[in-house]
Design a protein around this ligand. Structure first.
Ligand SMILES: Cc1ncc(COP(=O)(O)O)c(C=O)c1O
Length: 328
């Protein structure tokens, strides 16, 4: 029997997540789907990897000298991770999130003792109706704060290049034909994609993008026609209405659009048929991965990522009105 390692604190528990075969979405003799279970990280999401990497880097390079507060804009998971890890660096956290972030994510942020601002047109912060703008405005006015800036800070992508990317490329032990992921900041797909392509340039990197996100139109160069159709996805952590600097279109081979309702239905499928309680963007990734598994004409390995746990969306997944708004 292997005796478990003893870690000196929570930082050592980040990463080295399991990879699981998703048999119900795999096709005999064709596409085999595998998913990296990022809910196994201590705060329950993939974002622990970037927050640890970015804070350690900022501390090492002196950027945290005189700083007492970490500031960030996040759709929820990065905020939870900062709320959990700031204390390990002797810092407080001030977090700006969109008002429609799930109730469970807001509860987690509060339970870690962080200050949280829910920003929307109905609840603006200092005149800002956008959570990213609100975080920037706050950080500018507080000289003792440090804005982590996951959307523009290249260390986000670098964290995934060295961490998740290396784990994905080494854990399957077989050729990876496709990697599928949604993009918000773009850090996951850009960092993992770059690592996989450095290992084998034939690996195809596929962005799963919700209808209404700017990334599809950006990639296919149809931006002007689609501007009026841009809207926020109900799948937290998928798509954007403004492209983030960390999204590296150079590593992406193809963008596959999905519809929010189908992603939510796939999330229920993963809960009920794979016994994996994963979040909405996991459903989106599984949906696109399963399309690829059926589309290929011969054997192929498709790896995707399940970024967080389904327990943080139960209030939405059991809300009849929310489901009806998606026509489910
Ligand atoms: C649940 C979830 N899935 C996927 C993503 C997308 O990851 P990235 O920001 O690296 O593109 C995020 C990011 O916010 C997320 O919270």
């Amino acid at each position: 029997m292997r005796i478990p390692d003893v870690y000196s604190n929570v930082l050592g528990l980040i990463g080295n997540t399991p990879l699981v075969h998703i048999s119900s979405l795999s096709v005999k003799g064709k596409g085999q789907v595998y998913a990296k279970l990022e809910n196994a990280n201590p705060s329950g999401s993939v974002k622990d990897r970037i927050v640890k990497f970015m804070l350690e880097n900022a501390a090492k390079t002196g950027l945290l000298k005189g700083v007492d507060t970490i500031v960030e804009a996040s759709s929820g998971n990065t905020a939870i991770s900062i709320a959990m890890l700031a204390a390990r660096f002797g810092l407080k956290a001030k977090l700006f999130i969109p008002s429609d972030t799930s109730a469970e994510k807001k509860q987690l942020i509060k339970s870690f003792g962080a200050e949280m601002y829910c920003v929307s047109s109905g609840t603006p912060y200092e005149g800002c109706t956008d959570y990213m703008q609100a975080a920037r405005v706050y950080a500018k006015g507080d000289r003792k704060s440090y804005l982590l800036d996951q959307y523009n800070n290249a260390l986000n992508t670098e964290a995934h290049f060295h961490g998740l990317g290396k784990e994905v490329s080494s854990s399957l032990g077989k050729k990876i034909n496709f990697f599928v992921a949604t993009g918000s900041t773009g850090g996951t797909i850009s960092g993992v994609g770059r690592q996989l392509k450095e290992n084998d340039k034939r690996t195809q990197v596929i962005l799963a993008d919700p209808q209404g996100s700017i990334y599809y139109s950006h990639f296919y160069g149809t931006r002007a026609e689609r501007r009026d159709l841009l809207r926020r996805s109900k799948v937290e952590g998928a798509g954007k209405t403004m492209a983030a600097q960390n999204m590296d279109f150079g590593v992406i081979d193809r963008v596959v659009q999905f519809n929010d309702a189908a992603a939510v239905e796939m999330t229920f499928h993963l809960h009920q048929h794979e016994s994996l309680i994963v979040g909405l963007s996991s459903g989106a990734n599984a949906l696109v991965a399963s399309r690829i598994a059926r589309e290929v004409t011969g054997p192929a390995n498709i790896v995707t990522v399940f970024p967080d746990a389904g327990s943080r969306y139960l209030s939405k997944l059991t809300d009849v009105e929310w489901l009806e708004s998606l026509k489910i």
